[in-house]
Structures are given as structure tokens and as C-alpha cells.
Design a protein around this ligand. Structure first.
Ligand code: FES
Length: 586
């Protein structure tokens, strides 16, 4: 399936690029000036000539080859027999011609002077002949032509070249800059990249095959999404009954679960709390349940469960919709998480897209938690809709700090048809004094207390929150190991807590802060590029790099690349910790 998805993405990119080329060149063909695009900007047109002089009989011509065809043509107002000994099906195919003056019978050949005069006669522009040369196929301006030609060039504003056949003196074409542009766009439109003058080429055949592959892989992918329950036709909406045996049937409940939510979320809504440290992202493997009916296996199931467990019916509750189950066994429940009502104390934008929200508990205080923990927020449905959604946000503070601070990236809707991010939109609309309901704290992404060596923290965007909490908790310890913090942002205005980290660096000699900007202003003197690249480039500055632990939080691509390079450098996966906002790393 991985190959199907990967090839689908790359092939779609290729087909899309060619689609844009077709659109652009097709638009040009609709709008172009056909007279000019045909190379006729300075083409002279003469009336058809006839002569009342008597022509010499064919039998008297000094011609020895067998005659396959005879024609009378007029060159510079004089009549000529054009005798062919090889008569091609199309004029541009290779032929054998000889010219004889039709009145005197003298054989004639087209020399440079004659060619220039013939070209002049078919030219109406202001230019003069600048050069005339003999060309043999292939001829770049005339890809189909298979006969030798004269190319007569004119010095004018569109670089006209007049082509005429060396054997017969007949004009083949006028080619100028307008026509060259048209030919270039034809070449792109018909994918004739080898300039064969034909759309029946191997490139088009390959693209047709790739398009077929795109359709096939798209179909397979869609079917797979349906089979894994990640896609469904919402023909009906509502509830679904599931029998839940909690801990080997010792406690049994019949629950009505929401069909639209995952089994994990539906159970949470019924206060059946499965353990989790990834918030339903499919990466911790803790939310396992045993299904009594056959349920498809997802890729996350395969990563977190052994083949034997999968055979026995174990699945990750966060990776399946509740409606696929009729009866499940839950081996273990999480202690009910404390519920809290929080009141928004203050809010401010830290960057154009990231807002800092500071809450305080209403009533009971939040129990102690490790730096890196997150809270589960209840998000009401927009526009007063039924039910609730849940979103997880990491705390940018740790237990010693009475405030509860979060960094929320605001995802406004890009246009009217796309809804905004439901959780971030709700939270970013809150005003001081507004209350929210939460569960937690939930721990999982935390500093390893058994490792005393160097800590390298690497983040970007709103991945700042848990890392900031970790840095505060590490620096609060007098025996803190060296801490290196690499934070990536686009420009100076996207750097969060810059002054705060500079102050921490000044205060703590073992804390090293490296902000990295991908699109800095000209005044920026710090690291430039992508944060993971900057970390690897400056790894010689990191004390005992090979024995360090690495904590990552930010966009998936950044974390994927960092993990890949760290493992390639021989860093054990046991030394790499990441928080991926509840999404599985692909
Ligand atoms: S909650 Fe399902 S794998 Fe973590």
C-alpha cells in the first residue's frame, strides 16, 4: 500500500504538470493570430502563372532516369518541367526531382543566387537577404521535412527564414519568430520533446499509461480507505450499540456509541477511558481492545500490534470507527482523568498565526504533571450542533507554574467552502473570562528521568509548547545537563518567546538556544535554513552528541527527516522522543 500511495502522489504531480502545460498552450492556440503563427507575417502571395509560349516535348528532354511524375511549375515567372524519378506520397517525404526549362529544355539547378531571388519573390517585408545556406534533414524549423533545402534568412524584426527545396526550388515554408513560438507550444502540447513533428510519440504513450496507473492507484487507495473504515458514505447518522466486556467480561456494559467518532472517542464520551499517551494518534499502542467480530486491520494496527495479536482480534480503538464493532473486550481502563473547568485569563498573539492562551482553574487546582503533558479540551460543535469534539493541546508550562499556558495555531478557513480548524477556531475566539472544560493532564511526552546526559530539543511552530515546558523544568534543576534548543520559524516575527530564551541563555551557561529562520530579513545574523539541517550542521557544538537524547515537536516532515537522519547517524530510536500533536508519523 505504501508503494501505491507513493506512486499515486508522484504520478499525480507529473500528470498535473502536463495538464498545466496543456491548459497554457491550449489557451495560446485559442488566442493566437493564425496568420502570424503560420509564419506568414511577410509572405507575398502571387497569382497563379500561365504561359502562352509553346513548351518543348517531354521526349526531347535530356533525362535518363525513369520518369515517375511530371509537373509544370513557375519560378520567377518562367515555366519549368519538374520531372520526378522518385515520387513521394507526401511532398515532405524524400523525393528525386530534376528541373528543365519548359521552353528551351535546358536542365536547371537551384544555386545560392537563384535561391535568394526565389526567396525574395515570396517575401513582402522590409528586410534584405542576410544569408543563404544549404541544409540537410533534420532541420530544426521543419522537423517533418526529409528533402535538402535552401534556408534564406532576412534581416527583419521577426527573423524570417524562407525555406525552399534544393531540387525543385519550391517554397516549403516561411518561418519567423511567431511561428517558432507556435511550434514550441505545439511541441509542449503534443509532448513532442524529441521534435519529431508528430503527436504519436512515446512520451504521450507513457503519459497515457501513467494516467491509467493514477486512476488505478487512486481507486485502490479509496477502496483501502473504505476497508480501513477511514472513509465512509454518510448515508445515515446516529448511534450504534456495542457490547463492552471490561476486563475479560467481569464487567459488562451495553453502550450506545456515536457512529461518526472513533471507538476511542466514543468510549471516552461514555466515560470508558482507554489508556493513551498519544491522544488518539495511533502511535502509543495503549488503546488496544479485542474485537469479537472481524474488523479490518489498519497500518497503525500493524505497527503497534504483533501478527499474533492481530490474528486474535486486537485492534487500536483510536484507529477505527465505533460502528465497525458489535462486541469488544477492554483489557484495562485508565483511571478516570480529573475534569477541570478553566477560565481564560489572558490571550495574545505571539506571531501572526500562533496565539498564547493563559488559563487558570476554576475550583480545584490541576494535579501535578510532567513537563510535556497535554490537556484534552471539550470543543462544542460549531453553530450550536449536537455533541462534542475533543482536541489535545500541550501545556507550555509545568507543575511548578500555577498558570496553564497553551500555544494554539489559528487555522482560519482559507475560503468559504473550507471550514476553519474546529479546535483552534473555538479556542482562538475565546475572550478573557470565558470558560472551557478539560480532562487531564495526560502524560506521555516527557523528559527521561533516568538519563543524565545532553538533551537536544528541536521544534517548530506551535511545537514550542511542550519543549518550552521541558526547558523550564530542566533549567529549574541545579544539576541540569547541557540543553540545546533548536527552534525553526519562517521569519523574525514567527519566533516565539525569543527574548525569554535569550535571557535564559544569558542566565544559564549550559543552555544553548539556536533560532533558525527559513526566510529571514536582511538584518538577521543567526542560523538560516531548516531547523533540522541547522542542528546537523552544528552538531559538533553539541556536547557528547552521540550520547544525547533528542526531543522533537513540530511539523511531521521536520520530525520525519530528523528521525531519519538521527538513526542514520547511529542514534538509537530509544534516545529519540517526539510529540506529534496526536497524529501518527507516516
Ligand atoms: S491512543 Fe490509540 S495508539 Fe495511542
Amino acid at each position: 500500500m505504501k508503494f501505491i500511495k507513493l506512486s499515486h502522489k508522484w504520478v499525480s504531480l507529473l500528470v498535473m504538470v502536463q495538464m498545466f502545460i496543456w491548459l497554457g498552450s491550449g489557451l495560446y492556440f485559442n488566442l493566437m493570430d493564425h496568420h502570424k503563427a503560420g509564419g506568414h507575417t511577410y509572405r507575398a502571395h502571387h497569382p497563379v502563372m500561365t504561359s502562352d509560349r509553346s513548351f518543348i516535348p517531354l521526349a526531347q528532354l535530356p533525362h535518363s532516369d525513369p520518369i515517375k511524375g511530371v509537373g509544370v511549375i513557375y519560378l520567377l515567372n518562367e515555366p519549368y518541367y519538374r520531372i520526378s524519378s522518385v515520387e513521394p506520397l507526401y511532398p515532405h517525404w524524400e523525393g528525386q526531382y530534376q528541373l528543365f526549362h519548359a521552353v528551351t529544355g535546358e536542365p536547371v539547378s537551384i544555386d545560392q543566387d537563384f535561391a535568394a531571388r526565389l526567396a525574395m519573390a515570396s517575401y513582402s517585408g522590409p528586410g534584405a537577404v542576410s544569408s543563404a545556406s544549404k541544409l540537410s534533414p533534420p532541420i530544426s524549423d521543419l522537423p517533418k521535412e526529409r528533402n535538402p533545402v535552401w534556408q534564406v534568412n532576412f534581416s527583419d524584426d521577426v527573423n524570417t527564414s524562407v525555406y525552399l527545396r534544393q531540387q525543385s526550388g519550391q517554397i516549403v515554408a516561411h518561418v519567423d519568430d511567431h511561428r517558432r513560438l507556435r511550434d514550441l507550444l505545439f511541441m509542449l502540447h503534443f509532448m513532442d520533446y524529441a521534435n519529431e513533428g508528430s503527436f504519436n510519440n512515446i512520451q504521450i504513450i507513457i503519459l497515457a499509461m501513467l494516467t491509467l496507473w493514477l486512476a488505478l492507484t487512486g481507486f485502490i487507495w479509496t477502496v483501502n480507505l473504505f476497508r480501513e473504515g477511514q472513509l465512509s458514505l454518510r448515508l445515515s447518522k446516529g448511534a450504534h450499540q456495542v457490547t463492552v466486556d471490561i476486563v475479560d467480561g467481569q464487567q459488562q456494559q451495553n453502550l450506545i456509541l456515536s457512529t461518526d467518532a472513533t471507538l476511542y472517542d466514543s468510549l471516552w464520551q461514555q466515560d470508558v477511558l482507554l489508556p493513551s499517551s498519544c491522544g488518539g494518534g495511533g502511535t502509543c499502542g495503549q488503546c488496544r481492545i479485542k474485537a469479537h467480530n472481524g474488523v479490518q486491520i489498519t497500518s497503525a494496527d500493524k505497527e503497534q500490534l504483533t501478527p499474533e495479536q492481530l490474528r486474535q482480534g486486537w485492534r487500536l480503538a483510536c484507529q477505527h470507527k465505533a460502528k465497525h464493532f458489535t462486541r469488544i473486550m477492554v483489557p484495562q481502563l485508565q483511571q478516570p482523568l480529573p475534569r477541570h473547568t478553566l477560565k481564560l485569563r489572558s490571550e495574545r498573539f505571539l506571531s501572526p498565526v500562533i496565539k498564547e492562551l493563559t488559563f487558570e482553574p476554576v475550583g480545584d487546582t490541576v494535579p501535578p504533571y510532567q513537563a510535556g503533558a497535554h490537556l484534552r479540551f471539550e470543543i462544542p460543535q460549531p453553530n450550536g450542533g449536537q455533541g462534542k469534539t475533543y482536541r489535545h493541546y500541550s501545556l507550555a508550562t509545568y507543575s511548578e507554574d500555577p498558570k496553564l499556558v497553551f500555544n494554539v495555531r489559528h487555522h482560519p478557513s482559507p475560503n468559504e467552502t473550507v471550514p476553519p480548524g474546529i479546535g483552534s477556531d473555538y479556542l482562538c475566539q475565546l475572550k478573557p473570562g470565558d470558560k472551557v472544560h478539560t480532562l487531564g493532564p495526560i502524560e506521555g511526552f516527557a523528559i527521561d528521568p533516568n538519563h543524565s546526559g545532553t538533551k537536544v530539543l528541536l521544534g517548530a511552530g506551535s511545537g514550542m509548547a511542550p519543549l518550552k515546558a521541558m526547558i523550564q523544568s530542566l533549567l529549574a534543576d541545579a544539576d541540569c545537563p547541557p540543553v540545546y534548543f533548536y527552534y525553526g520559524a519562517r521569519s523574525e516575527e514567527d519566533l516565539l518567546y525569543w527574548e525569554e530564551f535569550i535571557a535564559l541563555q544569558t542566565k544559564h551557561a549550559h543552555f544553548h538556544y539556536y533560532p533558525v529562520l527559513s526566510q529571514p530579513s536582511s538584518d538577521w545574523t543567526g542560523e538560516v535554513g531548516y531547523v533540522q539541517e541547522a542542528m546537523f550542521t552544528s552538531r559538533h557544538k553539541i556536547e557528547r552528541f552521540n550520547e544525547a537524547q533528542f526531543y522533537l515537536c513540530g511539523p511531521q516532515s521536520m520530525m520525519q527527516q530528523t528521525i531519519k537522519r538521527l538513526t542514520a547517524h547511529g542514534i538509537s530510536s530509544q534516545a529519540i522522543f517526539f510529540d506529534n500533536f496526536g497524529e501518527p508519523l507516516k
